[in-house]
Design a protein around this ligand. Structure first.
Ligand SMILES: Cc1cc2nc3c(=O)[nH]c(=O)nc-3n(C[C@H](O)[C@H](O)[C@H](O)COP(=O)(O)OP(=O)(O)OC[C@H]3O[C@@H](n4cnc5c(N)ncnc54)[C@H](O)[C@@H]3O)c2cc1C
Length: 549
């Protein structure tokens, strides 16, 4: 730069952007988790996927999709309602790519039954990489794949929907789904008076021949351009699940009236609407009165995706922090080699690898659930536990990684600021923190023996690692104690960390020992970098996290 022919300054000691990176090849914890959970044979495809999603082009698309927020076009030029939401082309491109990659389809066979193992792990690894780049568009993607779980309660409807999901095509045209090459499905449960307590829903469903007309509202209904929504409403027999299409079977626009889009903290590329239904047409899914039981089949899967997404965001934040500190010099020394920064980075790497390992191990339980009752119990019991811990960990983790970049981390030119705003949402939706803890208590009350067997198996797997036996005792005591509800968070957090140790033992035993000592024996972790870590452990964790270039 010149001013009056003079250079004002030389630009140096700024780290290069962390772009054009292989999200799979540079991630040793991911590769070991993939191998430990049965998807090693997918490595070549995963590497191609990681290289593509790590290109500068994809980072830039994510920026564009989030800077240009969706816009509600409630009316057309003549004043007729159209209830249309317009998205930036970058968002549409992400939808196309994620759906083509199988993010909605690959865990299902054409008949809606579970696809063969390791489809859940193979999908999760891809999702983990996508989440590092752009999360907003994954809201409709995750709801679409999860909706199949609930639609199993209406086999006739499922058989019509499945070919549209199996096509792996994203068709953004605004037309009845029966005329489209692919479809997406959203979900409407939350009303003004309550999101957790959906039994308080006031939206009403009245019979209309074999089908229903629904009148009422939803206070949050994301991805309003989905082709249909699983909606809860009060029928004569009680709270019931319905599938509400955007167009009625005769091709008319269905009576969904979007009032406005939420002005959100993050999750900006995704639209979240407030909507009213005025005799909107819907098909029943499952029996009247069984709405919660029906839709919970969907919610288990969306909760799993929340954990994958948060683990992915943590990974991107970590990689940005390590890359930056390896290129930045302070006091004549590389920032990453400053002992205190090394401890912070290693601690972040430890948490990130644990979050990844426990999430991928949980996905393996889903893969095996149909043939192994213990794995089915593990999936049921640990999904809320892992969702709680990983999603709650992500915001603080991203904040700490942001600080590693100093002022540059706080500025919108980089990705940390966006990740920071995105991170809290996974803990709030699909069952907020307290709610998922209470879900574990409910599972214990319903089927204590099954959940007890899961804890026993974790105890057997971890008994010789520091702090694990005490953790097992603590969890069992709290959960059986008189004030178990008040202390559920303590038990759930410890249980998640125990499950993380067990998962790490299968993928990275060295890291399992470090994690057990730091989190279960010494209980360090509220502030990263405040743990005792020797030089060798620091080196091991950082070399695993991101190879030096
Ligand atoms: C960006 C975004 C998009 C969303 N999209 C959708 C969507 O597409 N479809 C949809 O249906 N919903 C959607 N939601 C809504 C979301 O699922 C709800 O906000 C969430 O379930 C919590 O419900 P609530 O907001 O009514 O809070 P409340 O139910 O009032 O809960 C408030 C707090 O109280 C806690 N709590 C509740 N019960 C108890 C208890 N017994 N003991 C202790 N603590 C308790 C909760 O954990 C929570 O922290 C979205 C939310 C956001 C932020």
């Amino acid at each position: 730069m010149t001013v009056s022919g003079r250079s004002t300054h030389e630009v140096f000691n700024q780290s290069p952007p962390y772009v054009d990176v292989d999200l799979f090849g540079l991630d040793l914890p991911l590769q070991t988790a993939v191998a430990a959970n049965g998807a090693a044979s997918d490595a070549v495809a995963l590497s191609a996927f990681g290289k593509h999603w790590g290109t500068a082009m994809m980072f830039d698309r994510a920026r564009l999709a989030n800077e240009h927020k969706p816009v509600l076009k409630a009316f057309d030029a003549q004043g007729f309602r159209q209830d249309f939401v317009e998205f930036h082309p970058s968002y549409q491109r992400f939808m196309t790519e994620s759906i083509e990659a199988g993010m909605t389809a690959m865990t299902w066979n054409a008949d809606g039954k579970r696809a063969e193992a390791p489809s859940e792990v193979a999908r999760a690894v891809r999702y983990y990489m996508v989440a590092q780049i752009e999360n907003g568009h994954m809201c409709p993607v995750t709801m679409t794949r999860a909706a199949i779980g609930a639609l199993a309660a209406n086999p006739a409807l499922l058989s019509q929907v499945m070919p549209k999901i199996a096509s792996r095509q994203y068709d953004p045209s605004f037309a009845p789904w029966t005329e489209k090459s692919g479809m997406t499905i959203g979900m409407g449960m939350t009303e003004k008076q309550g999101g957790t307590d959906v039994r308080a829903n006031t939206t009403l469903a009245e019979p209309f021949g074999d089908d229903y007309l629904i009148t009422g509202h939803k206070w949050f209904m994301s991805a309003p351009m989905c082709d249909a929504f699983l909606v809860l409403a009060q029928a004569q027999g009680g709270l019931t699940c319905f599938l509400m299409p955007r167009f009625t079977p005769d091709g008319a626009l269905n009576e969904l009236r979007f009032q406005r889009l939420k002005n959100k903290l993050g999750n900006a590329s995704n639209a979240s609407s407030e909507v009213e239904f005025d005799n909107a047409f819907a098909w029943r899914v499952g029996e009247e009165g069984k709405g919660v039981r029906t839709i919970i089949e969907m919610v288990q899967l969306t909760r799993l995706d929340c954990a994958i997404s948060s683990a992915g965001m943590m990974r991107m934040a970590l990689a940005q922090a390590i890359s930056h500190t390896r290129h930045r010099t302070v006091f004549q020394r590389q920032l990453s080699d400053q002992p205190l920064m090394g401890t912070v980075l290693a601690d972040l790497a430890l948490e990130s690898e644990a979050a990844l390992a426990v999430t991928m191990r949980l996905c393996r339980s889903y893969d095996r659930a149909s043939t192994d009752p213990h794995e089915a119990a593990r999936a049921r019991t640990l999904t809320p536990v892992v969702k709680y811990w990983v999603c709650k960990t992500a915001p603080g983790f991203v904040y700490e990684a942001m600080e590693c970049l100093g002022g540059n981390g706080y500025v919108e030119d980089g990705v940390l600021a966006r990740l920071y705003r995105e991170a809290p949402v996974n803990a709030i939706w699909e069952g907020s923190g307290n709610v998922v803890c209470l879900d574990l208590l409910r599972a214990l009350a319903r089927d204590g023996e099954v959940a007890g067997a899961v804890l026993e198996a974790l105890a057997r797997q971890t008994f010789d690692l520091p702090g694990c036996a005490e953790a097992v005792k603590f969890v069992a005591q709290v959960l059986a104690g008189p004030s178990h509800e008040a202390h559920a968070r303590a038990a759930v957090e410890r249980l998640a960390q125990l499950a993380a140790v067990a998962a790490l033992q299968e993928s990275a035993p060295d890291v399992a020992a470090i994690f057990a000592r730091a989190r279960l024996e010494n209980r360090c972790g509220r502030t990263y970098g405040a743990l005792e870590l020797d030089v060798n452990a620091t080196k091991l964790l950082l070399e695993r996290a991101l190879p030096a270039t």
